[in-house]
Write a protein that binds this ligand. Structure first.
Ligand code: BYC
Ligand code: FE
Ligand code: FE
Length: 478
């Protein structure tokens, strides 16, 4: 592996001329896409970024200033595990595949394309955020997330090029042609077409939507198709930072909200230029209910097929489960029948989307408990709450039905009557947007969010994380 290869990699790219040529042909299209759809206004700035340069545990990342279009998007797989076998499904115990089994080609390609599509989508959704960054620290973190989502696209395109021939090359091109939120050429999955145009939504997105990424990637890391397993394992090491950005971002917002709540005789943080906690709650309701859709239907034959074929396992399949066939047993699912919620026993393999969603929901609950400790530590009596997964669903068995945030079935009229208490109103969104004025002096942080606990990689908080034309332009406007 050489850092100075045109495409840094640990897959011996230079030994495979055909693959190398395919990727070198795609690379300029990727860069064009990045310049057009990547972060707006900062393409020439120097950003203090980490770059993956190897897969070793001790320091796979290298930190330095780099212009984003010159970021070295590389291809890294975690090293193969000798003698690895398929750990679940109908082929459990057989050696993992290093080539695509013919009969699984279409379904595997679809999984990879779906995963791949989310990566550039998120960059597109976030492209205007730099212009209203609450600090240089946050600006840098946004760009770090963006370049790594770009690298995740590279990781999936590598698999498409290496294993899917011409179809794969066509899919790789189309990944650069769809556009988040464009009604004519939308991204594949729902959430990846929703506006993420202010920072409260950005932190909710990296908290809730990137967290779907963590659980989907972890399921694919169990895959019997070894190159997919190894690619997603490495992606997970980067993903941890995205989740950190989201979880601590919301934590900093609620800390400041609590502080400003205390200052006001009526407990209204908005009077003091903050985001009031009830508004934070509405954004949590909105983004959580959007992100839970990404796990697919509660009862899913696709999920059963992904599992039985050995392509997509459960979260920590190998460590957490004894029965890796999942042929026996049922999942007890809440269904709405005859006007009320009843439990129905669903064969386990058909309920695997719900099994994964359970893992996700409890992880989100953990984060909400943490935010509540922050609020309590500021001496404010307000508790945030994760809404029921049944609330505000557009897909799956709860779609078309109405539930309150506790998951009680209600009428459409009752839902409409309370919608504005539960979900951000146009006025809420306008208010949050009105707070989004850029703060780009080193060490300064916007009023509506508390400063971070510490800088990146031991840097002081007044470190100049981003410098150049884009930042100067914002200073000039300020
Ligand atoms: N939107 O059996 P069903 C990330 C479709 S995030 C639109 O219920 P299945 C990241 C579905 O495709 C992780 N369509 O669901 C985060 C199917 O279509 P067909 C992304 C949807 O297939 C932040 C039909 O509905 N990775 O990395 O078991 C920043 C019925 O499907 C949606 C993956 O998702 C939806 N929400 O599950 C950057 C992993 N949900 O067959 C990056 C790969 C379902 O009728 N994907 N449909 O045409 C999968 O494993 C599965 O496709 C899903 C869906 C879990 C997404
Ligand atoms: Fe990603
Ligand atoms: Fe991510």
């Amino acid at each position: 592996m050489s850092l100075f290869d045109k495409i840094p990699n640990n897959v011996n790219l230079s030994d495979d001329k055909r693959l190398q040529r395919a990727l070198e042909t795609w690379q300029p299209d990727f860069i064009n896409w990045w310049r057009e759809m990547g972060p707006s206004g900062f393409q020439e700035d120097q950003v203090y970024l980490r770059t993956a340069i190897s897969v070793s545990n001790d320091g796979w990342a290298h930190y330095d200033y780099v212009k984003m279009p010159e970021y070295r998007w590389g291809i890294f797989l975690t090293p193969p595990e000798p003698g690895r076998t398929i750990s679940f499904g109908d082929h459990a115990g057989q050696p993992v595949w290093n080539e695509v089994p013919g009969e699984l080609r279409n379904v595997l390609r679809r999984i990879i394309v779906t995963q791949a599509d989310t990566e550039p989508a998120s960059v597109e959704q976030q492209r205007m955020l730099g212009l209203t960054a609450p600090s240089l620290y946050d600006l840098r973190n946004l760009f770090q997330v963006n370049v790594e989502e770009g690298r995740h696209l590279w990781a999936m395109v590598h698999l498409l090029h290496q294993f899917f021939g011409r179809d794969g090359r066509e899919e790789a091109e189309q990944l650069l042609q769809r556009r988040a939120g464009n009604p004519d050429t939308p991204r594949i999955l729902s959430t990846f077409n929703e506006a993420t145009d202010e920072w409260l939504s950005f932190f909710c997105f990296t908290m809730f939507t990137d967290r779907d990424g963590k659980y989907q990637l972890a399921s694919l890391a169990e895959s019997g198709f070894d190159p997919l397993s190894r690619a997603t394992r490495f992606m997970l090491t980067e993903e941890a930072f995205h989740l950190f950005v989201g979880e601590t971002g919301i934590d900093r917002i609620v800390r400041r909200s609590a502080q400003l709540t205390k200052m006001d005789p009526n407990g209204d943080a908005r009077k003091h230029g903050g985001i009031d906690l009830p508004t934070v709650q509405k954004y949590i309701n909105y983004w959580f209910s959007s992100a839970v859709e990404l796990f697919g239907g509660e009862i899913s034959t696709n999920a059963a097929e992904f599992f039985s074929t050995g392509l997509k396992g459960r979260y920590r399949e190998k460590e957490k489960y004894q029965d890796h066939a999942a042929l026996e047993g049922f999942y007890s699912l809440d269904v709405f029948e005859n006007g009320r919620i009843q439990q129905r026993e669903v064969p386990l393999r058909n309920a695997l989307n719900e099994v994964l969603r359970d893992e996700y929901v409890s992880d989100c609950e953990r984060a909400v408990r943490k935010w509540n400790r922050t609020i309590a530590a500021e001496g404010v009596g307000f508790e945030l709450k994760l809404p029921s997964r049944k609330f505000n669903r557009k897909m799956g068995i709860y779609a078309g039905l109405y539930f309150d945030t506790d998951g009680n079935p209600i009428s459409q009229e009752a839902f409409e009557a309370r919608r504005d208490n539960w979900l951000p109103t146009p006025e809420d969104r306008a208010y949050v947007r009105s707070l989004m004025v850029p703060v780009v002096e080193p060490g300064k942080v916007a009023h509506w969010i508390a400063p971070p606990a510490k800088g990146i990689e031991g840097t002081p908080l007044d470190f100049e994380y981003v410098r150049g034309e884009g930042v100067n332009r914002l200073r000039g406007n300020a």
